[in-house]
Design a binder for this molecule. Structure first.
Ligand SMILES: CC(C)(COP(=O)(O)OP(=O)(O)OC[C@H]1O[C@@H](n2cnc3c(N)ncnc32)[C@H](O)[C@@H]1OP(=O)(O)O)[C@@H](O)C(=O)NCCC(=O)NCCS
Length: 459
């Protein structure tokens, strides 16, 4: 072979190697901002206010990219990750009940790989520093209203309530950090629960708080987070999950709507609360929305620890009427319902003999109002569970509105699940354009109307 040929081959070898290295490097850098012109890097140099202004402008001029919000849009969309997962296909009409993948035989021992420069972590939420870090990640990056002016503002106490129910699993608080500075940039959690799906009673996890840092969006971190969480959940011998989302992915078990009832109408108008529509003029709407000053149900009082057993049996009887419902233990009733300031409120009705006849609960969703001269925060009360055996639900919920208003909430929100339609319109709730879709992972069953859903999954 001539020297020139050897040279040529070596040059080809070198350029092949260079190409391979380049490819390898590109793979490693998958989540890394690319060079000085990278928009994320440029954005990072700006102040938070400037970033918000840019986001707002982008939103105003955007043609609405992102995941489908309706079934119609979803039918035309290609889900490259979800198509690989044990979930029903969009458009299939399901008549059977059961797991999609029978018994998960061998669970992968090692975690899924992350691009170079990132590592998995397990957040120990009993550690105040880690809890605070999670709070910061979520408050800066979790769902914002579409026009980026209202952003969720979770408190430490709220996160402990939502993520540490009885038997919570530390390894299912799954996080991604940047190696260089240990910054938390991704999170997904699962909490254990028992649920009833039609006739089947199943041990599941409820998946919550999926969040990817804004600067690492659209880089496919979500599929890795979901796969790793699934692996960790499978290690616990659980192969089923339930979750909710505002977007449509394959395949909703039920699609529900949010209904809103203003409590502080003026403020909602001032902060341009999304989806608030005045059917008549302001004065008339204020009059229509006026609530009584005091509650009217005799025996209505805040829940105490002594009410756990009474609520447990009332809810147990009430919730098994639905196709999808939680199977709560007394310990879980105590966790989810016992009042905690600025987290969860529960009221019970007791007769003269002390018998507990009714219960109603709502949780606190706090938000930060961005770029407003007067208002900095907004408080939504979200209906959790209600169970009535003696009081008309319309009266009980009207009293609940009065109580929520007196506690400083600005708006009361409820889904059209369970028997809620019975009181929503009567109490001047109006339907919003926001949907919440319920999903099951690795379980096949016919889909259901919202009024057959008896499970609430506070985020
Ligand atoms: C939701 C979020 C994590 C998605 O991140 P992203 O950077 O846009 O998406 P990625 O590139 O990482 O991953 C895309 C894949 O994740 C899936 N995905 C995105 N959001 C999802 C969601 N909320 N639920 C289920 N799957 C979701 C997409 O369908 C896509 O898979 P596909 O190819 O099968 O369609 C991110 O937008 C975020 O943190 N948003 C704020 C918090 C939030 O809305 N959390 C979800 C609450 S339900």
């Amino acid at each position: 072979m001539s020297d020139s040929n050897t040279d040529k081959m070596q040059t080809e070898d070198n350029s092949d190697r260079a190409k391979k290295n380049k490819k390898k490097q590109k793979k490693k850098d998958a989540w890394r901002p690319e060079g000085p012109k990278d928009p994320f890097a440029m954005l990072q140099t700006l102040s938070e206010n400037k970033q918000q202004e840019i986001q707002k402008a982008l939103h105003l001029f955007s043609l609405g990219s992102g995941l489908p919000k309706t079934m119609e849009e979803a039918m035309k969309y290609t889900y490259s990750f979800w198509e690989t997962q044990p979930v029903p296909r969009l458009g299939d009409s399901i008549t059977t009940h059961g797991p999609i993948v029978e018994n998960v035989v061998s669970v992968r021992k090692e975690p899924y790989s992350l691009p170079q420069g990132f590592s998995w972590d397990t957040l120990d939420l009993s550690n105040p520093t880690m809890l605070k870090e999670l709070c910061t990640l979520l408050n800066e990056n979790y769902v914002e209203e579409d026009d980026n002016t209202i952003r969720l503002n979770f408190s430490l106490e709220y996160l402990q309530w939502a993520l540490q129910p009885p038997n919570w699993l530390a390894q299912c608080h799954c996080a991604v950090r940047v190696d260089a500075n240990k910054k938390l940039v991704g999170f997904i959690a699962a909490v254990p629960a028992n649920i009833r799906i039609y006739e089947a009673e199943k041990r599941v996890v409820q998946v919550k708080f999926l969040c990817v840092h804004k600067k690492l969006r659209l880089k496919r971190m979500t599929p890795v987070l979901i796969r790793e969480l699934t692996r960790r959940v499978n290690q616990q011998g659980v192969s089923l999950a339930v979750y909710t989302a505002g977007v449509v992915v394959p395949t909703p078990l039920s699609s529900c709507s949010y209904w809103h009832r203003p409590l502080n109408l003026r403020k909602l108008i001032e902060v341009s609360y999304p989806g608030l529509r005045l059917k008549v003029n302001l004065q008339r709407t204020l009059k229509l929305n006026r609530l009584p000053e005091v509650t009217k149900t005799p025996g209505l009082q805040p829940m105490t620890k002594d009410d756990v057993e009474g609520i447990y049996s009332l809810l147990q009887k009430n919730l098994c009427r639905f196709h999808l419902s939680p199977i709560l233990t007394a310990q879980e009733v105590e966790h989810w319902l016992l009042p905690r300031e600025n987290v969860i409120d529960t009221f019970v009705v007791k007769g003269h003999d002390g018998t507990l006849t009714d219960v109603v609960s709502f949780y606190n969703v706090a938000s930060t109002v961005l770029n407003h001269t007067v208002h900095t925060g907004l408080r939504e009360a979200h209906l959790l569970y209600i169970g009535c055996t003696a009081t008309d639900p319309v009266d009980l919920v009207e009293d609940t509105l009065v109580l929520a208003k007196s506690k400083g909430f600005d708006i009361f929100c409820a889904l059209d699940v369970m028997d809620n339609m019975y009181f929503l319109e009567k109490l001047k709730f109006s339907i919003s354009d926001k949907s919440l879709h319920y999903y099951l992972y690795n379980w096949m069953c016919p889909n259901m109307r919202p009024d057959k859903v008896g499970l609430m999954l506070p985020n």
